[in-house]
Design a protein around this ligand. Structure first.
Ligand SMILES: Cc1cc2nc3c(=O)[nH]c(=O)nc-3n(C[C@H](O)[C@H](O)[C@H](O)COP(=O)(O)O)c2cc1C
Length: 537
């Protein structure tokens, strides 16, 4: 497939739109072999049409001006697909691109055709098989309503409905590193559009994503205003730390409000600047002075923030490297993504509907077979064994609605094995029961040797899902907790072994259930305390 990109942005390869165009071509090349040529209009010597009609009468098909336009016309004739890529300028194409468009006259014949209501000219060459795509970004919050004159022009010279379009508002955001989560997501849909364009046509699902705003209007407009670095009120130049703080604040997601204002203080140690962002029910406020008691204080060099924003390092990665310090309530740090959402609107596409993305894991379900066995087999090893096997069989059905982990499978398998032993060898229950505690303890402890410890697979549901597993502090916290639980159950197996058959035996069930409850309370506390303690250093 031969593709020609006509990049009409005066910024050339630094164009915002060019990012979309590249994503689109990447999509096409996923599906077919691509050969492509590029015309960067700003780098070409293309003069304005002088209106002599020489290309129609004196030298048919050849322009009298000798510049780079000859090469462009040859490339247009060569291409199977022409992509017109540009940022919207005064509701139309940038001036130099318009000059290029005018200079296409040699491709047309002078004679009048009556097909079009407003008149027109037939083409000198067979252009009927060529496909055209217009890709453009614009600066306003939406593309809707801004492309009337672009469409009108292309309708006339390419033909109505004879070209595909991708128009995107908030185009300047494609150059803001800190927003790459959302812009990359958008680019992934543009790539998808490229794949579909070359196969079956852009689907309505993808079109819907392409038509979505990058950010809600209000967020975008405050972010855009902040980005100019000039005070809206006084017109004065603003400090980069202030611009950054205001931009971050503009990402505040009001729906994360938990009934109490949060005062987030940002101390940029290398710049000796500090600001407070007050997260309120109905919005936020950024303060340069008149500080109030902060809920959370983040103390770090500004350069670290810039690296985090640019995706060069993750926030949690920076913390593990002790690049910043947090004082006060750690909740806002743990739930940063909820407070300052990327604006991601990602919905479940066909590719995302796998168990992994849609179903959560459940620790309770992992524990149910074990608890059933420990209680039921302790009362009656024979009946308890059957009950436990029945519960394990039921788990198969329940897991239909949840995401299974390896530990769920291991748990059911182990409980079935212990249950069979309890049924066949009831006289051995004094060994089987402690053995089951030991197996449970080992499962937890040994999982600490793997990359992701057991509890992390479950507590990730309370954070950002699977992406929490990439957070080293989250994994570290869970490794400690998993080991603590593992050790508790190994010890439980020992005291169960020694206490069974003693006068304390009737109280064993109580002891063995109270301990995990206390451990559960500890877990809840530790999950918040440890990251905060770590960060405060
Ligand atoms: C001179 C000029 C005129 C512009 N006119 C419009 C406009 O009419 N509507 C709009 O939404 N954005 C307008 N913009 C913003 C650009 O369309 C926007 O920045 C776009 O992302 C630039 O794309 P590019 O980097 O690919 O050139 C204009 C920008 C400039 C510099």
């Amino acid at each position: 497939m031969k593709i020609l990109i006509i990049n009409g942005s005066p910024k050339g390869k630094r164009s915002n739109t060019y990012k979309l165009t590249n994503a689109f071509i990447n999509g096409i090349s996923e599906k077919t072999e691509v050969e492509y040529e590029e015309v960067i209009v700003k780098d070409k010597n293309i003069s304005t049409c002088i209106g002599c009609f020489g290309c129609w009468n004196k030298t048919p098909g050849v322009c009298v001006i000798k510049d780079d336009m000859k090469e462009v016309l040859d490339k247009i004739l060569w291409a199977d697909i022409v992509i017109w890529s540009f940022g919207l300028y005064y509701f139309n194409v940038p001036g130099r691109m318009k000059m290029l468009i005018d200079r296409q006259l040699p491709l047309a014949l002078p004679f009048m055709v009556s097909e079009s209501e407003s008149g027109g000219h037939p083409m000198r060459f067979d252009m009927s098989g060529k496909r055209h795509v217009i890709i453009s970004t614009c600066g306003f919050y939406t593309a809707k309503g801004n492309y009337g004159s672009v469409n009108a022009m292309f309708d006339h010279f390419l033909g109505k409905n004879r070209y595909e379009t991708i128009y995107c508002g908030q185009g300047e955001l494609f150059r803001v590193d800190a927003l790459h989560n959302r812009t990359d997501e958008y680019l992934s849909y543009v790539k998808q559009a490229g794949e579909e364009f070359i196969t079956s046509g852009i689907s309505s699902d993808t079109r819907e994503h392409l038509d979505e705003l990058l950010f809600p209007r209000e967020t975008f407009e405050t972010m855009a205003d902040a980005s100019w670095g000039v005070s809206k009120e006084t017109g004065e130049q603003e400090d980069e730390t202030y611009i950054f703080t205001k931009q971050m604040a503009s990402m505040y997601n009001k729906s994360s409000y938990k009934g109490k204002d949060i005062v987030l203080e940002m101390d940029y140690t290398d710049k000796e600047k500090a600001y407070q962002i007050i997260l309120k029910k109905d919005g936020y406020e950024v303060r340069k002075e008149s500080f109030i008691t902060p809920t959370t204080k983040v103390i770090t060099p500004f350069t670290v923030w810039k690296d985090i924003a640019a995706g060069k390092i993750t926030g949690s990665g920076a913390m593990m490297k002790k690049l910043y310090r947090v004082e006060g309530d750690f909740d806002v740090m743990l739930n940063w993504g909820k407070y300052f959402g990327s604006g991601s609107t990602k919905q479940k596409s066909d590719k995302d509907t796998s168990d992994k993305k849609t179903k959560g894991t459940s620790l309770i379900l992992t524990l149910i077979p074990w608890i059933t066995f420990w209680v039921a087999a302790a009362i009656d090893s024979y009946v308890g064994g059957f009950v436990s096997i029945g519960v394990c069989a039921l788990m198969g059905l329940i897991f239909f609605r949840f995401r299974k982990t390896i530990y769920d499978v291991l748990s059911c398998t182990a409980v079935i094995v212990f249950s069979i032993m309890a049924i066949l060898l009831p006289e051995m229950i004094r060994l089987i029961l402690p053995g089951s505690y030991l197996a449970f303890g080992f499962m937890w402890s040994l999982s600490c040797l793997t990359k992701i410890p057991l509890t992390a697979w479950y507590s990730m549901n309370n954070y950002s899902g699977e992406s929490a597993l990439e957070n080293p502090l989250f994994v570290r916290t869970n490794r400690i907790l998993t080991l603590a639980w593992g050790i508790l159950y190994v010890i439980t197996s020992v005291w169960t072994f020694f206490l069974m058959g003693t006068p304390i035996s009737p109280y064993l069930a109580i002891i063995n259930n109270v301990m995990p409850i206390l451990m559960g309370i500890f877990t809840k506390w530790f999950q918040n305390w440890y990251p905060a303690h770590y960060a405060s250093k």
